[in-house]
Design a protein around this ligand. Structure first.
Ligand code: Q6P
Ligand code: ZN
Length: 683
């Protein structure tokens, strides 16, 4: 199942015809630069090309008023003077004789994408469109937007395909107030937006862009705003919000379709956003959404005004949609205090609506954020100094490195009497192992297998890991006689011989997982239903769920709120995932876990399972090959004791792991806040 790309050169055929400093950045080259980068990198050739079409009146009327549509319809016949005059009634937008035609194509392009995805022609896709959409309202153009492309697509999907729940993720750096207004009272559409806000000093200066606009009536809780009150936000700030707000809400919401308002003005170098997240962050943002809704993800271009940054970000997004391995995000810094304040405010405002927040600590909110500032008239649009104006574009950053697919996506190491799994290349030969290593490892395997088998398995696994690290093989699956012992001895001896940092994830109850590293060459996260070893090291993290791993919501909360941020901060070179016997994890959850772990170590994951768990090989292989995880059923609240324990654990670990922080306030009287004080980035 492929990735659709909708593009039509026609949408480059309108531009600003007069002088307007606010609008001069919205140029046709935004589209040509993005498309040409896709062509040059060979990515467009790997996509399914889907033609654009014009949206019909009826489709536009799903969101807009008849009066507004009729007014826009007249613009192709207006003189330059009439167009200028018409434009004046709206904010930060311009009209052109051909923009109505392009706006119909832009909205229709996203509908084409929805059709391709909903009919199963492709798995996901992106529409490169102009004009953008997320600011336009029922009866008004705004912020370069004429029709609200994504809002129309959400209504269309509900109407035509009976889609019950739509998630809209707006990662553009401006608030898509048009989308918010459209679905404010609608619980079937969850709208998430982060945006440059600066306590209402940034355009569009709306009170309702703040974190406390959570939706209205039965839509309360289904509008999530994360306002950025400072510029310069980085990869870690974006990832924190994904891990601690968006993803848990999204999984709890359980969408049937994900739409992305894909604006790339949130990337470094953009003159509007002035943020510092690098283009490869979009690979990860995309990846983190790709296992929702059975993989049905539809991205539509919104903003992005630095052509270099824009083109790189578009390529990162498309390459991820195509399923290529993710780039490692090295040298992640801690989230900054201002970002943590925004995160804390958003979590606090949504506490009553989402069960993943039920057990979260609720310290007093940072003073400033609770009191939006009433702006003095003359303060509204501070005149930019020459220095400020260039500050965004003066930034330099390295071009994202090449992301190449290994010749073999997935491989397996299996006992001779077990049939292989579909799509997995079976590894049956191996290089010679150092006798020293063999002896060190052999005793772990001899419990359930004779010596000859054990040595053969060990050497094949060693070869498999080596080939992963030279990128000849992407990931792998192995059945072993004693999975607990194997996981530990591989973490301890084999993997750490080959790579600097191994992330070891153990799922299910097991004795003997008392392996503690203090040197940080392995980070062990053990999710189980039993009381285990006490925590002795920063690098050994037991996560205990009283309900066990079969409790999907508790387990999911551990994965999203603990494992993901830990993994990003640790940045492993290899992931070892051990599935203990009778772990209780359901197939869907297991696939989600594997899917999410693909984001680390360029996708190099080795899954170890007990020899008698052949039944789980199919779902595992499918997830390793990058197929979308089976959607999870709607989740209830986690078992209260577990929800509580997870929150307390996360709080305790904050001192060692800065990506686990969710509060910005420094309360010196509370010793548990010490971690935040020592860890947070200042600006
Ligand atoms: C920005 C308007 C602000 C001037 C202040 C979907 C994409 C967008 C549009 C931004 C309009 N001018 N310096 O629209 O959100 O990027
Ligand atoms: Zn924008």
């Amino acid at each position: 199942m492929g990735t659709a790309l909708v593009y039509d050169e026609e949408m480059t055929k309108y531009k600003l015809l007069w002088v307007d400093p606010a609008c001069k950045i919205e140029v046709p080259e935004r589209l040509t630069a993005s498309y040409e980068a896709l062509v040059r990198s060979g990515l467009s050739g790997r996509c399914v090309s889907v033609p654009a079409r014009q949206a019909s009146d009826a489709e536009i009327l799903l969101v807009h008023s008849e009066e507004y549509l009729e007014a826009v319809k007249k613009t192709p016949y207006m003189t330059l003077e009439d167009l200028k005059e018409f434009t004046l009634q709206y904010g930060d937008v311009y009209f052109h004789p051909n923009i109505y035609h392009c706006a119909k194509l832009a909205a229709g392009s996203v509908l084409q994408l929805v059709d391709s995805i909903m009919t199963g022609k492709v798995r996901n896709g992106i529409a490169l469109v102009r004009p953008p959409g997320h600011h336009s309202m029922r009866g008004a153009a705004n912020g370069f937007c004429v029709f609200n492309n994504v809002a129309i697509a959400a209504r269309y999907a509900k109407q035509k395909y009976g889609v019950k729940r739509v998630l809209i993720v707006d990662w553009d750096i401006h608030h898509g107030q048009g989308v918010q207004y459209c679905f404010e009272d609608d619980p079937s559409v969850l709208y998430f937006s982060w945006h440059r806000y600066e306590h209402q000093k940034f355009w569009p200066h709306l009170r309702e862009s703040d974190y406390d606009s959570v939706g209205k009536g039965s839509g309360a809780g289904f509008n999530i705003n994360v306002p950025w009150n400072k510029v310069g936000m980085e990869n870690s700030d974006y990832l924190s919000v994904f891990c601690h707000v968006l993803l848990p809400a999204a999984y709890e919401f359980c969408p049937d379709l994900v739409l992305v308002c894909a604006g790339f003005d949130s990337a470094i170098g953009d003159p509007e956003g002035e943020m510092c997240a690098t283009p490869d962050i979009f690979a990860h943002l995309t990846h983190l959404l790709m296992n929702l809704a059975g993989g049905k993800l539809c991205a539509a271009l919104e903003g992005g005004y630095n052509l270099t940054s824009l083109a790189q970000s578009v390529c990162q997004t498309v390459q991820t949609l195509l399923g290529d391995p993710l780039p490692r995000l090295a040298n992640l810094r801690s989230p900054c205090i201002s970002a943590l304040e925004s995160l804390q405010c958003a979590r606090s405002a949504h506490r009553q609506y989402w069960s993943f927040l039920k057990h979260a600590a609720n310290p007093p909110l940072p003073e400033i954020s609770t009191k939006p500032i009433k702006l003095a008239k003359e303060e509204e649009e501070p005149a930019e100094t020459a220095e400020e104006e260039s500050s965004g574009e003066a930034k330099v950053w390295p071009e994202p490195p090449q992301r190449s697919c290994p010749p073999v996506c997935s491989a397996s190491v299996l006992p001779d009497d077990v049939a292989g799994a579909d799509g997995l290349k079976r590894l049956s030969t191996s290089g010679a192992l150092q006798p020293r290593l063999v002896n060190k490892l052999k005793n772990h395997f001899t419990k359930a297998a004779d010596d000859g088998d054990a040595v053969a398995t060990i050497s094949r696994l060693h070869t498999l890991m080596e080939k992963m690290l030279t990128n000849e093989i992407g990931n792998g699956l192995a059945l072993v006689p004693d999975v607990a012992a194997a996981t530990m001895c591989f973490a301890q001896d084999l993997a750490s011989d080959l790579v600097d940092r191994v992330l070891v994830v153990c799922v299910g109850n097991a004795t003997g997982l008392n392996y503690v590293t203090t040197d940080g060459r392995a980070l062990v996260v053990h999710i189980s239903g039993e009381d285990g070893e006490e925590r002795k090291s920063k690098y050994y993290i037991p996560v205990r769920l009283k309900q066990g791993c079969g409790d999907t919501s508790g387990f999911l909360q551990a994965v999203l709120g603990l494992l993901l941020p830990l993994g990003y901060e640790y940045d492993p070179g290899l992931v070892l995932l051990g599935r203990m016997p009778e772990s209780g994890v359901g197939d869907g959850m297991w696939q989600q876990l594997i899917g999410l772990l693909r984001g680390f170590a360029k996708g190099h994951t080795l899954v170890l399972m007990q020899a008698n768990e052949e039944a789980c090989m199919g779902p595992t292989a499918s997830a390793l090959l990058g197929h979308p995880a089976a959607p999870l059923q709607e989740l209830g609240a986690p078992f209260p004791q577990d929800g509580d324990a997870l929150e307390r654990l996360r709080e305790r670990l904050q001192a060692d792991w800065k990506m686990l922080q969710t509060t910005g306030r420094m309360d010196c009287s509370d010793p548990s806040m010490l971690g935040t004080m020592l860890n947070a980035r200042d600006s």
